[in-house]
Design a protein around this ligand. Structure first.
Ligand code: HEC
Length: 150
């Protein structure tokens, strides 16, 4: 019985590490509660879905989430968000949002895809867990073809 306690603590430690970059929007396994950054990211995901629908509906896309906060929000792993890599991915992402908002009708779909690329690049390096979820924000080939034909 002596060995049970240490392995339990070890498992808990691993879970805590994983929780930071898992998609834990459904079951919150992070014992410290969700970080500001995790909550902001969930809003960014919701907002992305809405922006995508606007593009599909031929409307002017809006980005309503306060995405600049990704530079200041507290993260589950603060050292990640303080890294030079995080800061450059964040700056690139913000630039793609700006380009999307400034783009004309023809370029919108392409700029939207580039914005999702920017989400994916940062996640690939720093937080791969949610990538499967983020991938679904891309406009599909069929949707792109339909938009090009409009
Ligand atoms: C500059 C890097 C960076 C960019 C850009 C970025 N993310 Fe994240 N994302 C993170 C980090 C780091 C976390 C982990 C947050 C935490 O646990 O504190 C995260 C977490 C998430 C999560 C999981 C949240 C949860 O429920 O715990 C989702 C979903 C997500 N991001 C979606 C997105 C989407 C969608 C975009 C683009 C619109 C995006 N991210 C852009 C770094 C980034």
């Amino acid at each position: 019985m002596k060995n049970i306690l240490p392995s339990y603590i070890y498992a808990l430690f691993i879970l805590t590490l994983l929780a930071a970059c898992e998609d834990n929007s459904k079951s919150s396994i992070n014992p410290n509660g969700d970080s500001e950054l995790a909550l902001l990211m969930r809003e960014m995901h919701e907002d992305g879905l809405r922006t995508k629908q606007q593009i599909l509906d031929g409307e002017t896309p809006e980005v309503k989430v306060k995405y600049h906060q990704l530079n200041t929000a507290d993260a589950t792993e603060p050292e990640k968000a303080a890294s030079a890599a995080y800061k450059s991915f964040a700056a690139y992402y913000e630039a793609t949002v700006k380009s999307l908002l400034e783009s004309n009708d023809e370029k919108r779909a392409e700029q939207y895809q580039t914005m999702i690329d920017a989400c994916m690049s940062c996640h690939q390096e720093l937080c791969p867990g949610p990538m499967r979820k983020i991938k679904r924000l891309y406009l599909s080939d069929a949707e792109l073809a339909k938009l090009a034909g409009q």
